[in-house]
Design a binder for this molecule. Structure first.
Ligand code: NAD
Length: 431
């Protein structure tokens, strides 16, 4: 199939590369000329495991090309995906400027029947708005499809190749059939392809993200209550999770959720519900709890030291989660800002996100090239992102490098008994 993908970010680039991998001819479009130049050289501008190999291979084999010229890409394709950003607007709603702008550009370039697919996360009713924009600009036939993306950054290629489910919102049977056949190669293990109306497809994405965020905020509150009563959230989590109605995944407390999706999607669903005079109380609380949770670790650090003036805190992990270089809404940002505001110095290390973090903090934070370098002369270590390489460190070395053996574990990756046995003063979340 001839496919165009507009937007080569975390979603668009993975989508384009995976569709090329299954044999389609894909042209990826981005307005960012520097990004396109880089991609043409086979370089991937983001860190996403397995993506660069996929891009290189399909580029070399001629199935994946990159351009800034949207009209040419549209004319050469039958299916056109919109995978541009839908950032949070000032009032919490999703900003649809990019999506609707691209829809207009696609319409102007049409030269025959096109299936225009909304891959971006968009509020209910957006398919209809995209349809209206296109209708105004062209007399060519077209169908609009909602095909929300459920991939996780850090495992995006794997998630796309082996999805739990594919959701297709399509009112037109011809477009639905085309989308089903496009996704068949990725669902051979039996993952369902669910065809539904556009509104339900659009809401499915928000409902899934909002529910996951709810799980996180719920567990963070359980952890805070554990702290008050001396209970162990690991025990509570295991006891809860072994109930099959609950399940054991996504029950890990920490320093709050971040990233480019959960924070904005929780706010957006609350906003578009409010626009229909519905007060989504749970999600307002989920958001508020998350804001508070970002302060829990700093409070523990402050309580331990009394005063942070002149103290140096080593920070392991800056990205909003492991296996990504993405710093969007990363909890590390408010945590480090709070430490700096209280007079502490910060020495940080992250395997992939340091470059982006440098753009945020500049010279206010010392960035170490290796994990242990961040510890030299620090008064304590704070773990903020649970990268695999932090899970089994050389504790004797950590003790030697720190001024005092104090660890604040914002992700509960170490065991309290073991830390105590090794002579650490150890603080974690809800244990
Ligand atoms: P991103 O910011 O990484 O990428 C967006 C890309 O679109 C950028 O490269 C930008 O230059 C390009 N772009 C913007 N306007 C354009 C235009 N007019 N023409 C051509 N290119 C244009 O965003 P992302 O993280 O890939 O997210 C895209 C969408 O997918 C969002 O709606 C997001 O909510 C959703 N989503 C994201 C994830 C995720 O994990 N990141 C997962 C599922 C869904």
């Amino acid at each position: 199939m001839k496919i165009a993908v507009v937007g080569t970010g975390y979603v668009g680039l993975v989508l384009g590369a995976c569709l090329a991998e299954s044999g389609n001819d894909v042209v990826c479009v981005d307005k960012d000329a520097a990004k396109v130049r880089m991609l043409r050289r086979g370089k991937v501008p983001i860190y996403e495991p397995g993506l660069e190999e996929l891009v290189k291979r399909n580029k070399t084999e001629g199935r994946l090309v990159f351009t800034t010229e949207l009209p040419k890409a549209v004319r050469a394709s039958t299916v056109v995906f919109i995978a541009v950003g839908t950032p949070q607007g000032e009032d919490g709603s999703a900003d649809l400027r990019h999506v609707l702008g691209v829809a207009g550009q696609i319409a102007k370039a049409m030269n025959g029947y096109k299936v225009v697919v909304n891959k971006s996360t968009v509020p209910v009713g957006t398919a209809e708005r995209v349809r209206e924009v296109i209708r105004r600009e062209t007399t060519h036939p077209f169908s609009v499809v909602s095909n929300p993306e459920f991939l996780k950054q850090g495992a995006a290629v794997d998630d796309f190749m082996k999805p739990d489910r594919v959701v297709i919102g399509a009112e037109d049977p011809r477009a639905a059939e085309l989308m089903v056949s496009l996704h068949k190669p990725f669902t051979r293990t039996g993952a369902p392809i669910m065809v539904m109306d556009c509104a339900s497809a659009e809401l499915s994405k928000y409902a899934a993200n909002a529910f996951l965020a709810t799980k996180i905020s719920f567990m963070n509150e359980i952890a805070n209550v554990c702290d008050l009563f001396g209970a162990d959230v690991d025990r509570v989590r295991q006891a809860m999770g072994s109930d099959r109605r609950i399940g054991s995944s996504f029950l890990f407390p920490g320093v709050g959720y971040g990233g480019s999706c959960f924070p904005k999607d929780v706010k957006a669903i609350a906003k578009f519900s409010a626009d229909k005079k519905y007060d989504f109380k749970i999600l307002k609380a989920v958001d508020a709890v998350n804001e508070l949770q970002k302060r829990v670790l700093v409070k523990k650090i402050e309580t331990h030291f009394g005063n942070l003036k002149g103290k140096t805190i080593a920070v392991w992990g800056l990205a909003f989660k492991p296996k990504t270089d993405d710093m969007r809404e990363a909890p590390s940002v408010p945590i480090i800002e709070a430490l700096l505001a209280k007079g502490a110095k910060v020495q940080a290390y992250d395997p992939e996100a340091a470059k982006t973090a440098r753009g945020i903090f500049g010279s206010r934070v010392m960035f170490a090239a290796r994990n242990y370098d961040a510890l030299k002369g620090a008064d304590a270590l704070a773990v903020i992102t649970e990268w695999q390489e932090f899970r089994e460190p050389d504790f004797a070395r950590i003790k030697k490098l720190l001024r005092a053996p104090v660890v604040f574990d914002g992700r509960n990756i170490y065991q309290p008994e073991q830390m105590k046995a090794q002579g650490f003063t150890y603080h974690s979340i809800g244990r």
